[in-house]
Structures are given as C-alpha cells and as structure tokens.
Design a protein around this ligand. Structure first.
Ligand code: FES
Length: 126
C-alpha cells in the first residue's frame, strides 16, 4: 500500500519551476504542468545524477525536464524519455559522440509518483 507523505503547500510549487524535496530519504523533483502538480525521482536514469543541479542548470518548460548533465529530456508527469544523452551541459553534441555519451545505457523513463492535493496541502504517494 502506498505511503502518503506531505511535501508542502500548493504555493510552494510555482508554475514553471522545479523544486527538489526529500521524502523518507528519497529525493524527488516536483513541478506544475497544465494538469497540476507532478513528481518524479530526482535521479536521471542515464547515470543517476540530479535533474535539478548540474553544469547545464535546471531546465523545465511545457512539462518537460532536461537533465543538466547530458541533456536527456523527460516528460515529468509520465517519466517518458524524449531524448537520450544528446549533449553536455545544455550544448548539443555531434551524433557520433552521442553514442559515447550514452555510456552503453539504453533510454529509460523516470520513476514517477502520484501527487495528491487536499485543500492547500500537497502529498506524494510513495
Ligand atoms: S545523467 Fe542525465 S543525461 Fe546523463
């Protein structure tokens, strides 16, 4: 059975920004898209690095987060991978080097979590 944990209030998660929260030792990234709030594990499936801090900076727009390390892109709400290790720190890399950047890892989705809003309170279900 899922564990429901309070992570803040609705106003703590403004539109267009990513926010990292830690729940029971797991770092999550929370954002608002056009459907509301959504959450995923703050761990890129490429090399396990943070989606919110890295050399390329934090990028989130139209419900899509871009990893600040090697530019993989994901739909935050569903975890779907849209682009896999296509560059470094926000800069594109030539196609031949993208195979090197992928480090032999196949595209994979983010781990996502259900977000529940009750009044002004926000919870995630782990
Ligand atoms: S760690 Fe995210 S794309 Fe490499």
């Amino acid at each position: 059975m899922a564990q429901r944990v309070r992570i803040g209030q609705v106003q703590d998660f403004p539109a267009g920004s990513l926010r990292e929260v830690e729940v029971a030792g797991t770092k999550l990234v929370v954002a608002r898209d056009e459907e509301g709030l959504c959450a995923a594990r703050n761990r890129c499936p490429h090399l396990g690095l943070s989606l919110t801090s890295g050399p390329g900076g934090s990028h989130y727009a139209d419900g899509v987060v871009q990893c600040p390390w090697h530019n993989s892109r994901f739909v935050l709400r569903t975890g779907e991978n849209l682009d896999w290790a296509s560059g470094i720190a926000g800069r594109s890399a030539p196609r031949w080097s993208q195979r090197v950047l992928s480090a032999g890892r196949r595209p994979a989705p983010l781990t996502t979590y259900a977000v529940v809003v009750e009044g002004d309170e926000v919870f995630v279900e782990l």
